[in-house]
Design a protein around this ligand. Structure first.
Ligand code: BJW
Length: 247
């Protein structure tokens, strides 16, 4: 880290230590150091197909078997991944705040595994599957064995309990995220490319309500324009240092 990076880190730590109501928004970048591929970039392909192309209702209608293969592969992969120092630093931060919200776009469950409690899963979870027609839900490790699992209640198709492009976000998660945005004094945005709505607008919204915005990413993003401070580097390195400096 050069002197300017250190200065930005101190500035961010100062803002964080003066904030008792903190909202965090995370994206795939925070889990990259745990070995979970991000969406946009080199890791975002599976058997030559883009993850973005597979995470759509159209792909599921066209090729439910292929989409389930992709998701079964990712669900199985989660057995081998563990939270990293970035996830753990955020869990520690929660314990120091009067109010704390961890809004995540990730579906990997690693924030809870690291000990975070108030986790808002905006894009659902890989831990469950749900019927596309009725309200049936089951844990992913209890899925029926067919290539395209069938709902035992109504006979329609089960699908992963995640949010695909063009679908609405879970109402309760969205309401909780909105409360966080309205109420936080500081929003920490970690490891997201900031291009997927509605999460991509949260930092600007929080800023318009008077909150400070601190970003942690490997590179500049559309969120950098609204951030008071952008810290460039791996979340698993930057977050523990940032949280340590606020102790
Ligand atoms: C590190 C790091 C390290 C790496 N340390 N940093 C036109 C047509 C149709 C729809 C739309 C449209 N215009 C807008 C829309 C809405 C659409 C949208 O935003 N589309 C844009 C892409 C154009 N949004 C939706 O459809 C949402 N619903 C909605 O808005 O409903 C209302 C509506 C509907 C229709 C029209 C209009 C309104 C739903 C979005 C659902 C997103 N679902 C996915 C898949 C989830 C399931 C699964 O996992 O399979 O969610 S897509 C994917 O993107 C996933 C992610 O959560 C999400 C965000 O990605 P994220 O987390 O930012 O990851 P990356 O890979 O993009 O970035 C990683 C970042 O980390 C990078 O910046 C790296 O630099 C950094 N990084 N390593 C720190 N070690």
């Amino acid at each position: 880290m050069d002197t300017r990076d250190e200065q930005r880190l101190r500035e961010a730590a100062h803002m964080l230590s003066r904030s008792t109501r903190v909202a965090v928004l995370t994206g795939a970048g925070i889990s990259a150091e745990s070995g979970v591929p991000t969406f946009r970039g080199e890791g975002g392909f599976w058997r030559g197909r883009s993850a973005m192309e597979l995470a759509t209702p159209e792909a599921f209608r066209r090729d439910p078997e292929g989409v389930w293969e992709f998701y079964r592969f990712r669900i199985a992969g989660l057995e081998d991944v563990r939270p990293n120092d970035g996830h753990r630093a955020l869990a520690e931060l929660e314990g120091r705040c009067d109010r704390f919200w961890l809004i995540t776009q990730n579906v990997d469950g690693l924030h809870r595994a690291a000990g975070s409690r108030n986790v808002i899963e905006l894009h659902g979870t890989l831990a469950s599957a749900q019927c596309q027609a009725c309200s049936y839900r089951c844990p992913s490790d209890a899925l029926p064995g067919q290539p395209v699992p069938i709902c035992p209640t109504c006979g329609d198709r089960l699908r992963p309990a995640v949010v695909w492009f063009g679908e609405s976000l879970p109402g309760q998660a969205l309401a909780e995220a909105e409360e966080a945005i309205e109420d936080c004094e500081l929003m920490l945005v970690v490891g997201t490319s900031g291009v997927v709505q509605p999460a991509s607008s949260f930092a600007r919204w929080a800023r318009s309500r008077g909150a400070r915005v601190v970003e942690v990413n490997l590179e500049s993003t559309p969120i950098s324009d609204v951030a008071d401070v952008s810290l460039f580097g791996p979340a698993g390195v930057i977050l523990p240092r940032l949280i340590e400096m606020t102790a």
